[in-house]
Design a protein. Structure first.
Length: 146
């Protein structure tokens, strides 16, 4: 059990979202947007279900959180993501002006840090939170595909 409202606590919720994706044969990535210890949005990848390459967990969470706060900027919000955002999602997070991004596993092939993606200069980035759990779920998903 994790201390309530800690990074690990919210990442566990993102992992639950990733498991929802896994159960639906979607790449298991989950995202949660939090402000003042209150969850504004939870999501997971829906690219297969929606037949939409842009339906990543982060994109879904940005839209839902913006709707929840009634504005397009996610200042004073944190997004918890089980896997490092891709370049597309990093761009959307840049434009959202989110204050903080916390992710679990790095993506050494398609992550924004590998592809030259940028994050808003005022955004704090934390990586490696529940990294093993996040990474293990991804590995299991792709092992099952082979």
């Amino acid at each position: 059990m994790y201390e309530i409202f800690s990074d690990e606590y919210f990442m566990q919720i993102a992992l639950n979202e990733a498991r929802n994706a896994f159960d639906r044969d979607e790449i298991p990535i989950g995202a949660v947007v939090v402000a003042n210890n209150r969850i504004l949005a939870k999501s997971y990848n829906l690219t297969e279900a929606l037949i939409d390459v842009t339906a990543h967990a982060e994109m879904q969470a940005i839209s839902a959180a913006s709707d929840a706060i009634g504005g397009k900027y996610l200042k004073n919000c944190t997004m918890y993501i089980t896997v490092e955002p891709c370049q597309m999602c990093a761009g959307a997070l840049y434009w959202s002006q989110i204050s903080r991004i916390v992710y679990g596993a790095s993506d050494n092939k398609r992550g924004f840090t590998q592809m030259g993606g940028k994050i808003h200069p005022k955004t704090e980035i934390v990586s490696g939170v529940l990294e093993k759990e996040c990474s293990d779920l991804m590995k299991l998903f792709f092992e099952n595909k082979r």
